[in-house]
Design a binder for this molecule. Structure first.
Ligand code: HEC
Ligand code: HEC
Length: 332
């Protein structure tokens, strides 16, 4: 408290509080960064002025990466709106219907692996799949490189950024580099973690305590509030039996490992932009966060959560949304 009062009107709060920490080690100083929390601030993104990131930005928005030049990565990952597409499942080339919900690309660099089932170990490896998928871009590297190599401006840009110029590996690298610029930082919740007690509304604070006390944070944790482990959908209730019509995509990580214990196991999704990326779950089956929290309570925790507590948890989830120059919609 002393520190906060001392600081009123002084712009460099963090500096003073860091000093206070040194003077009073271990004591609860208001304004000191919180430690031992299950969630950590989103790290700073890669610098967007990086030449490779700029190439990746261009390619991310380039429909020549699809067979008929109609679909780009940004078709299903709309940055301004939150980096997903707002549909239960995605639609690709010629309106072909996909089998799973599109996650956001924001903060994807924080994931332990890519896709709901983690089948791509890196952002670089991830790129081939939409490119080849018949329900996404439905093309081949040969076709794509043929089109891109006819573009003199692009070839020159690649020659400047990469010693070996325009290759498939460098297209993958450029796109992955761009994705590493997509961290959303400075959220109210991160400011709270860094010691700004005023950053959270009372509802968001209550919501965070509920999130920890109910055990949500045992799965949704780390900088992305998810993305760092695999867990079964339906840990304490048979979600799939209740929903019915089981598809291959529902098998989750079983499709990658073939191990029985991986049936219905998914990468725990990041909740950083959850308020912007409805509908929810790998099957896009749930339209609102309120219902998603209800489903989580029932199937992951074997309990129910009353509506007013769900509202507080939503206020907490709203506080997780950081900023990025490309993200223009900040809340629902
Ligand atoms: C037709 C829609 C569509 C297109 C086009 C598309 N994506 Fe996706 N993207 C998806 C869907 C759906 C998933 C989830 C697939 C899965 O997990 O099986 C996904 C997953 C991802 C992920 C993993 C995110 C995570 O949290 O696991 C990244 C990264 C990504 N896409 C980037 C890209 C890039 C880069 C391109 C362009 C080369 C691209 N996408 C093109 C729909 C699309
Ligand atoms: C046992 C681990 C576990 C616990 C506990 C857990 N979750 Fe989840 N959560 C998951 C998994 C796995 C998914 C993905 C499920 C799917 O898509 O089928 C998920 C998905 C979600 C989603 C949807 C995100 C999206 O983008 O689609 C929300 C929101 C969510 N959880 C919130 C919560 C809240 C709030 C709590 C506590 C009340 C909670 N979770 C508890 C593992 C867990």
């Amino acid at each position: 408290m002393k520190c906060r009062r001392m600081l009123s009107g002084i712009a460099f709060g963090g500096y003073c509080c860091a000093l206070a920490l040194i003077v009073l080690p271990g004591s609860a100083v208001a304004g000191a960064p919180l430690t031992n929390e299950p969630i950590t601030p989103v790290p700073a993104p890669l610098d967007a002025s990086d030449a490779r990131a700029q190439l990746g930005d261009r390619l991310f928005h380039d429909p020549r990466l699809s067979a008929d030049n109609s679909v780009s990565c940004a078709t299903c990952h709309v940055l301004a709106l939150g980096g997903a597409d707002g549909r239960p499942v995605s639609y690709g080339l010629g309106g072909a219907k996909g089998d799973i919900n599109s996650p956001t690309v924001f903060n994807s660099a924080l994931n332990l692996a890519q896709f709901w089932d983690g089948r791509a170990p890196s952002l670089e490896d991830q790129v081939d799949e939409p490119l080849h998928s018949p329900v996404e871009m439905a093309t081949t590297w040969e076709q794509v490189l043929g089109k891109l190599r006819a573009d003199e401006g692009l070839v020159a840009q690649f020659a400047q950024a990469y010693p070996d110029g325009l290759t498939a590996a460098n297209v993958r690298d450029a796109i992955a580099t761009f994705e590493r610029t997509l961290n959303t930082t400075g959220s109210p919740f991160d400011r709270y973690l860094l010691g700004d007690e005023q950053a959270l509304t009372p509802a968001a604070r209550r919501g965070y305590l509920l999130f920890k006390n109910f055990g949500c944070a045992s799965c949704h944790q780390g900088a992305a509030v998810g993305g760092n482990m695999y867990q079964q959908m339906g840990a304490l209730g048979d979600y799939f039996a209740d929903r019915g019509a089981i598809t291959k995509a529902d098998l989750g990580r079983y499709n990658v490992t073939g191990a029985e214990q991986d049936r219905y196991v998914f990468k725990v999704p990041s909740l950083r932009l959850a308020t912007l990326t409805a509908p929810y779950f790998h099957d896009g089956s749930v339209a609102t966060l309120d219902e998603a929290i209800d489903v989580m309570a029932r199937y992951q925790l074997g309990r129910s959560i009353p509506p007013e507590q769900r509202r507080d948890i939503i206020a907490f989830l709203e506080s997780l949304v950081g900023t990025h120059p490309r993200l223009t919609r900040l809340n629902r």
